[in-house]
Design a protein around this ligand. Structure first.
Ligand code: EPU
Length: 443
């Protein structure tokens, strides 16, 4: 296999698509299942690279985790024996670090190397380490082998109070997993509010966890065990919903997206309408369509409920089709514009610029380096541009989605190398796009 997608662009996409389960919910629900006394059945799990890598990793520790039907996964953590995750597996997925929660719960110790995942900045894990220390877990890092080592002093994790100086999505979920089976109460302050976290809270609560959410605080009363005898159903993927919405409007087509939870993408819907994109409710689905000539619209990313960082790469493609100059200011990750160089290869006119920010520490979610300087946290897209075909290289998941989108608008045949990076997070994207008229194939 060439690990590439070939797309013949320039065709409006018209039809209906169904969303898969959310990658960023399924990964965490699978990891949290390892805390359970019972085997857990999870439904609507997307069949994607990241999930396959996580299941392999769990099996490498002695746990049981596998697809038992099309989108159904069974997880049983009771047989976990090994306390060390091999570099080979940890380097593939960033969530490998969250396995500290079940390893500490089951074995009282764990060794996990620095995590991998999409290259979208340095992506440190200091906030996760702080979580562990706030709960009296002993953690050390060995530079010689790149491993974090964690252990408990008592038989159970001890509840405590922790406050994120800057919030973290997976950090919040990690703190939840550590605290739900801890001894006593844990208070987690300044949490993220992403809907995927609500999914995890619901899953744990249904299994006996005691979790209360008050604004940006979680109060968790630790329980001795979690168990379930009914399957858990993963919510639809809001990032996939946004991706299809952008395919509809940017290709001048019309897509009805089923299984969508509009409230979770309301900010996106508002911005899309402002730019001139069409959105209407069709019973339990939403239809996204090309309505009129798009107008340049400025966007700043942020944590939920603001415009999500995962949406900005495909949004930039849409803005190449808008009349005028639009800006995109990324505030969550410090390096999420890897697609810009690739879009330029198709003729997009995009410049970097540094917005004037008086209080970077408050504005940016990433850690500000000592000299405080942030370079190129924004781009300016000059529209409208006729895109042409080209050969592109995918570096991260959402950048990959933006390249598929750009190639679908561009005249002629484009090659997108790195299909497997896209397949890490999008289930059967080629088949879903083919079903609405796209000329795409994997080679
Ligand atoms: N950060 C630190 N230290 C930490 C943790 C985070 O400096 O210990 C920084 C990050 O580097 C980033 C910012 O804080 O600049 C916010 O990161 P956060 O921890 O909130 O992000 P994440 O948990 O690593 C998750 C999703 C991302 C999504 C973000 C924002 C998963 C597996 N990943 O990442 O999804 O973009 O939250 O909602 O849930 C994707 O699906 O393609 C993806 C990257």
């Amino acid at each position: 296999m060439e690990d590439a997608y070939i797309i013949h662009g320039g065709k409006p996409l018209i039809g209906e698509v169904r969303l898969s389960g959310a990658k960023n919910s399924a990964l965490k629900v699978i990891i949290a299942s390892l805390l359970f006394d019972t085997p857990v059945t999870i439904q609507n799990v997307p069949h994607i690279g990241d999930i396959n890598d996580l299941l392999t990793l769990i099996n490498s520790l002695g746990g049981k985790a596998r697809f038992t039907a099309q989108n159904q996964v069974m997880v049983d953590g009771s047989s976990i024996k090994k306390d060390t995750i091999a570099f080979l597996y940890a380097s593939k997925i960033r969530v490998s670090f969250m396995l500290f929660a079940p390893l500490l719960y089951r074995l009282g110790k764990g060794n996990i190397p620095n995590p991998g995942g999409c290259r979208i900045g340095s992506r440190p894990i200091d906030r996760h380490i702080e979580c562990m220390r706030a709960l009296n877990i002993h953690v050390s890092y060995s530079e010689s082998d790149g491993y974090y080592r964690a252990s408990l002093e008592k038989t159970r994790i001890q509840g405590g109070t922790l406050r994120f100086k800057k919030s973290s999505h997976t950090g919040t979920e990690f703190a939840l997993m550590l605290s739900c089976c801890a001894e006593g109460e844990t208070v987690i302050e300044n949490i993220c509010l992403e809907p995927e976290i609500d999914d995890l809270v619901l899953f744990l609560t249904q299994a006996g966890a005691h979790i209360q959410k008050k604004d940006k605080t979680l109060i968790v009363q630790g329980v001795k065990k979690l168990s379930t005898d009914s399957p858990y159903y993963i919510s639809p993927d809001r990032n996939e919903a946004v991706t299809f919405a952008l395919f509809a409007v940017a290709t001048k087509g019309s897509l009805i997206v089923h299984d969508i939870n509009a409230i979770n993408i309301q900010t996106f819907i508002d911005v899309l309408k402002k730019a001139g994109g069409g959105v209407e409710h069709e019973s339990s689905a939403l239809r996204f369509y090309y309505n009129r000539q798009l107008s340049a619209t400025d966007v700043t990313t942020g944590v939920h409920p603001r415009f999500m960082t995962d949406w900005q790469a495909p949004w930039a493609v849409l803005m190449t089709q808008a009349e005028g100059d639009s800006t995109l200011h990324e505030t969550v990750f410090e390096n999420r514009f890897s697609y810009v160089e690739e879009l330029r290869k198709l003729g997009a006119h995009i410049d970097y610029f540094s917005p004037l920010v008086h209080n970077p520490n408050d504005i940016y979610q990433f850690n500000i380096s000592k000299n405080g300087a942030q370079k190129h946290q924004a781009i300016r897209i000059h529209g409208k541009t006729l895109l042409h075909n080209g050969v592109l290289q995918v570096s991260d998941l959402r950048a990959g989605a933006s390249m598929l989108l750009a190639a679908s608008i561009a005249e002629g045949e484009s090659i997108i190398r790195g299909a497997s990076v896209i397949d890490r997070g999008y289930e059967s994207i080629d088949k879903k796009l083919q079903s609405v008229g796209a000329l795409i194939k994997k080679v």
